[in-house]
Ligand binder design. Structure first.
Ligand code: ATP
Length: 231
């Protein structure tokens, strides 16, 4: 469904990602882990057309992502939860969610499903997003991406800055969404969370894929521990 072939990202003279390839099929959960600066965020941004990129191929179903404008990708079913959440702090929670559905009819949004998934967002639906805690803002960012009924959702470090309890809550929601058929690409520095949520993982190091495998195998792989711990 999502096919990335030979993707590279350069910011001027800085090589952020080089020759990255992976595919995501319906219902799959793929993790991309790696240390700070390994090129994970750049890879996701490049898929979404938000970073300078070159690729041998980049397709989402029938759509050639190298030709499609970033703002049209949501309509094709590619959801994106950026690093740092980027909610609209001056707007109420519910308006933030509805903005996530701007490409579809506002009368038929899945807002009730999002509220069922994150009851706290329903309780706080009239509050300004800027008044929410970090964890609640992360739930809002995930909920907003769900409002366009994506087929694949790319998430960039949803655990960043969250307490272990909230990380567990986000993990449970991602697993539930994946069980319900949503394909997930999860970029994380938190390897523990990633191994829990995903079935397959890529390990990035210096902009390249250094290892791939099942999450169950990689969890115990000494090479992965070396890359992570820098040993
Ligand atoms: P993190 O977990 O810290 O977000 P990452 O694995 O997502 O790290 P990237 O953010 O993709 O890594 O960064 C990869 C490399 O590209 C780093 O060396 C980074 O400094 C560089 N880089 C990222 N964004 C830019 C930019 N806009 N301009 C120049 N260099 C950049």
């Amino acid at each position: 469904m999502l096919r990335v072939e030979g993707l590279s990202v350069h910011y001027g003279g800085v090589r952020a990602a080089h020759d990255v390839s992976f595919t995501v099929v319906p219902g799959q959960s793929l993790g991309i882990i790696g240390a700070n600066g390994a090129g994970k965020t750049s890879t996701l941004k490049a898929v979404m057309g938000l970073a300078p990129r070159q690729a041998r191929g980049l397709r989402f179903g029938e759509v050639d992502l190298l030709k499609a404008a970033p703002h049209t990708l949501v309509r094709h079913g590619l959801g994106y939860v950026p690093e740092g959440r980027h909610v609209f702090p001056g707007l109420p929670v519910e308006k933030n969610l509805l903005l996530g559905a701007y490409t579809s009819s506002w009368k038929q949004t899945p807002i009730d499903e999002v509220y069922e998934l994150f009851p706290v967002l329903k309780e706080m639906r009239h509050r300004l997003a800027g008044a929410l805690s970090g964890g609640q803002q992360q739930m809002l960012a995930v909920g907003r991406a769900l409002m366009c009924r994506p087929k694949v959702m790319l998430l960039d470090e949803p655990s960043m800055g969250l307490s272990p309890i909230l990380v567990a809550e986000i993990a449970a929601v991602l697993k539930r969404l994946n069980d319900d058929g949503l394909a997930i690409v999860l970029v994380e520095q938190n390897a523990k969370l990633t191994f829990e949520v995903t079935t397959t993982c890529l390990v990035m190091e210096n902009g390249e894929i250094a290892a791939t495998g099942t999450s169950a195998d990689l969890r115990h792989d000494p090479r992965v521990r070396r890359i992570y711990l820098g040993l």
